[in-house]
Write a new protein. Structure first.
Length: 157
């Protein structure tokens, strides 16, 4: 793990601090990537791919959307999203309804089964992470609580 030089140490120049920050960047990216992959493994039914679950989470968080809107948020091509939505509809996790302002489009909404899938997966992932955090010391949990706030600011840009 990389240790950044203390910011109050005037003997450390900007170049050294930049190198340390770059190393920290790599360490954080690697650790967060591993944690993200581990949390994704705590998924619900095996029939859902990560992109499919991501669409369910978007609909749960933001409400109904067109496939085009979902594709834009997810950074995929509209035909890809159309296939994803079709699979989710076949599984009964989303409903494709008429768009009230444009009859050529559909509006995708979460079904109760889709909402339940999101809730169950979140519970499963939270339970796994809680068990991991319970193994840490109180000081480590306090450090992570502070880090979570900082990472939130970093993610906000």
């Amino acid at each position: 793990m990389t240790t950044l030089p203390a910011t109050t140490d005037s003997s450390v120049g900007p170049a050294a601090a930049s190198v340390a920050t770059s190393a920290l960047s790599g360490d954080l990216r690697s650790a967060l990537g591993r944690l993200h992959r581990r949390l994704r493994a705590e998924r619900g039914d095996a029939h859902l791919s990560d992109p499919m679950f991501s669409v369910l989470v978007l609909l749960d968080r933001d409400g109904p959307a067109t496939p085009g809107q979902l594709a834009e948020v997810e950074g995929v091509q509209p035909p890809t999203m159309t296939r994803t939505v079709g699979c989710l509809a076949e599984l009964g996790l989303v409903h494709k309804g008429e768009n009230p302002t444009d009859g050529r489009q559909v509006v995708v909404s979460l079904t109760p089964a889709g909402a339940d899938e999101v809730a169950q997966t979140r519970r499963r992932r939270n339970a796994w992470l809680t068990a991991q955090l319970d193994r840490l010391t109180e000081e480590e949990r306090e450090l992570l609580a502070r880090a979570a706030q900082v990472l939130g600011r970093v993610a906000a840009g």
